[in-house]
Design a protein around this ligand. Structure first.
Ligand SMILES: [Zn+2]
Length: 88
């Protein structure tokens, strides 16, 4: 039994693209999108990187988003953000 097997998804997961994108501007340039996942209630949402960049700045570091976002479902600030390359 390998750890991580419980994350098996029905279709191919989008490739993670975290290494290249470090700030919100990178996300726009590389045409990625942002996925937010709540660690508390497992609520998931996709974020508008354009909106975030306009609000927080194009040089806002992605790791800092975690402290800025609040889950729209349970209201906790335990949100993980990942930059994802859209499936083609
Ligand atoms: Zn939540």
């Amino acid at each position: 039994m390998k750890p991580g097997n419980r994350h098996t998804r029905p279709h191919v997961p989008p490739r993670l693209h975290f290494s290249g994108a470090k700030v919100l501007g990178d996300v726009l340039v590389e045409r990625l999108y942002l996925r937010a996942a709540c660690r508390s209630c497992s609520h998931r949402a996709s974020l508008s990187s354009v909106e975030l960049a306009q609000r927080l700045g194009y040089d806002f570091p992605l790791p800092d988003l975690k402290g800025r976002l609040r889950c729209s479902k349970c209201g906790k600030r335990q949100v993980d953000v990942t930059a994802v390359e859209p499936a083609r």
